[in-house]
Write a protein that binds this ligand. Structure first.
Ligand code: AMP
Length: 422
C-alpha cells in the first residue's frame, strides 16, 4: 500500500508560469525592452533580498506596504525582506556603486518579481512582476513627460487601448506640507462622513483619503474643490505646466486630477497612474512619479529622479489577441507514421534547425490523430506529415495550420519552401 505522502502547493498569491504562458511573458518583456532601448534606458538587476530598513526609510513607516505587506526574513541580528518594489533598491544600487559620481544622470530599467502580503484576488498577487524604469539624476520636467510618453509607447506596442492616464502634482516637500495642512483644515469638519479607515488616515496620512474607494469618502473628496494655486509654489506650478505642455505636444491624452495620490511617501511633484476599466477592481496597469527627496533621504546628493512600473500580470490581462504576444512559438511540428518515417523525420528536424527554423516532433509513439492534436496544441505554424505514401513519393505533406491548406513538397526543397512561407 502506498504511504500517505504530503503534497505541496504553491503559496497563496503566487503562480506557476507554465511554458505556454511563459512564452507570452518573454514576448511582452521583449517588446518592452525594444521600447526601453528606443528611449536610451539600460538594464539593471538588483537583489530580490534587501534590508527591510531600506523600504521602511524610503516608502515611509506609515505606508500600507511597510505596515502590513512586507515579507520579512529575520536572520541572526538582521532583518531582510523580499523587495516589495524596486525604486528604493535601484536608488540604493545607484548610490552604493557611486553611479552618481561616475555616470551622473542614468536611465535604468528592470523586470522582475516583487512581493507584498496582500489579500489575493483577480489581478492582485503576493508575488507579482514589475516592468519598470528609473531616470535618476535630473529634475528636468522634460524627463517626466518623456517617461509618461514611454509608458504610452509600451501600451501602443502591446496594442492595448481604452486605458486612461491620470496625472497630478504633489509639489515639493514644502508644498506637500501645505497640502497636508489644507486637507486637514478642509476635512476636519467632515470626519463623520468619512469611513473608519479614513478617520485613521486623517491623523496618520491624510493624502490617502484622496484615493479612498469608499463612495462616501469619494463624495467628500469631490466637494473639496482643491486648486493647485492653493498649495503649489510657483516653480512647482511651472514644472507641472511644462510637463503638461510637453504631453500636449506629444499628443498624449491625459486627465489631470488633484485627487491622484500615490501610496508611498517618497513621491514629489509629478505623479501618474494608468488605469484600464477592463481590469475590474484592481484597475491600475502601472504607476509612477517623481521622487526628488529619496536620494538625499538615502544619504546621497541632491538629485532629482522619476520612475514608474507596469504590473506585468495586469498588462497581460489588458493585452488583446492582436497584441502579437500570444503568437505561435514553434514553426514546424513533424508528424511521422512508422519507423522509416520517424527516421526521416528525425533527420528533417536536424536540417530545419540548421536553417534556424524551430521545430519538434512526438516522442510518445502517438497515433496520427494524437500527433495532429499535439501539432495544434504546440501552436505550430506548419505540420510536416510523413507516412508510407509520402516516403514512397519522396515528399512531405506540409499543412499550413493557419490556412488549413495542405501541399506535397519534395524532400529536396522542403527546408527552402518552409523558409519562404514563414
Ligand atoms: P505600485 O508600486 O503599487 O504603484 O505598483 C505598480 C503596478 O504594479 C500597479 O499599477 C499594478 O499594475 C502592479 N501591482 C501592484 N501590486 C500588485 C499586486 N499585488 N498584484 C499584481 N500586480 C500588482
Amino acid at each position: 500500500m502506498k504511504e500517505n505522502i504530503e503534497t505541496f502547493k504553491a503559496p497563496t498569491g503566487t503562480k506557476d508560469i507554465l511554458p505556454a504562458e511563459a512564452a507570452v511573458w518573454l514576448s511582452v518583456e521583449e517588446k518592452c525592452r525594444d521600447i526601453f532601448d528606443l528611449y536610451g534606458y539600460k538594464p539593471i538587476r538588483t537583489p530580490i533580498l534587501e534590508h527591510s530598513g531600506l523600504f521602511n526609510r524610503s516608502l515611509g513607516e506609515e505606508t500600507e506596504i511597510v505596515k502590513k505587506q512586507m515579507f520579512l526574513i529575520p536572520r541572526q541580528t538582521e532583518i531582510f525582506c523580499l523587495r516589495p518594489e524596486a525604486t528604493a533598491a535601484v536608488v540604493r544600487a545607484y548610490l552604493e556603486n557611486n553611479l552618481d559620481k561616475t555616470d551622473g544622470f542614468m536611465k535604468l530599467y528592470y523586470m522582475g518579481p516583487m512581493f507584498r502580503a496582500e489579500r489575493p484576488q483577480k489581478g492582485r498577487l503576493r508575488q507579482f512582476h514589475h516592468i519598470g524604469i528609473e531616470a535618476i539624476g535630473s529634475s528636468n520636467p522634460y524627463v517626466d513627460s518623456e517617461i509618461i510618453a514611454l509608458a504610452r509607447g509600451i501600451l501602443e506596442e502591446l496594442k492595448i487601448s481604452g486605458y486612461q492616464i491620470k496625472i497630478n502634482s504633489l509639489g515639493c516637500p514644502e508644498d506637500k506640507q501645505t497640502l497636508n495642512r489644507l486637507l486637514r483644515e478642509k476635512l476636519k469638519d467632515k470626519l463623520e462622513k468619512l469611513c473608519e479607515d479614513c478617520n485613521d488616515r486623517f491623523n496618520r496620512n491624510v493624502f490617502r483619503i484622496l484615493d479612498c474607494k469608499n463612495d462616501g469618502c469619494k463624495q467628500v473628496v469631490s466637494e473639496l474643490d482643491l486648486q493647485y494655486n492653493e498649495y503649489l509654489c510657483q516653480p512647482c506650478l511651472q514644472h507641472f505646466t511644462i510637463v503638461k505642455n510637453n504631453l500636449d505636444a506629444l499628443k498624449v491624452d491625459y486627465h489631470s486630477s488633484t485627487s491622484l495620490v500615490r501610496g508611498l511617501d517618497y513621491y514629489t511633484k509629478t505623479v501618474f497612474e494608468i488605469s484600464h476599466p477592463g481590469l475590474g477592481a484592481q484597475d491600475a496597469l502601472g504607476a509612477g512619479g517623481r521622487y526628488d527627496t529619496l536620494i538625499t533621504n538615502l544619504g546621497g546628493p541632491h538629485l532629482g529622479a522619476m520612475g514608474f512600473a507596469f504590473g506585468l500580470e495586469r498588462l497581460l490581462l489588458a493585452a488583446p489577441q492582436e497584441s502579437g504576444v500570444f503568437a505561435e512559438n514553434l514553426s514546424v511540428f513533424v508528424i511521422t507514421l512508422g519507423e522509416q518515417a520517424q527516421k526521416k523525420g528525425f533527420l528533417l528536424l536536424q536540417e530545419l534547425r540548421q536553417a534556424r527554423i524551430s521545430c519538434d516532433m512526438d516522442y510518445e509513439d502517438k497515433s496520427l490523430k494524437a500527433q495532429m492534436r499535439k501539432a495544434h496544441d504546440s501552436k505550430a505554424r506548419f505540420a510536416a506529415i510523413l507516412g508510407e505514401n509520402e516516403l514512397a513519393k519522396q515528399v512531405i505533406a506540409l499543412k499550413d495550420m493557419r490556412a488549413g491548406s495542405q501541399h506535397e513538397i519534395a524532400f529536396t526543397t522542403i527546408v527552402n519552401e518552409i523558409k519562404e512561407r514563414l
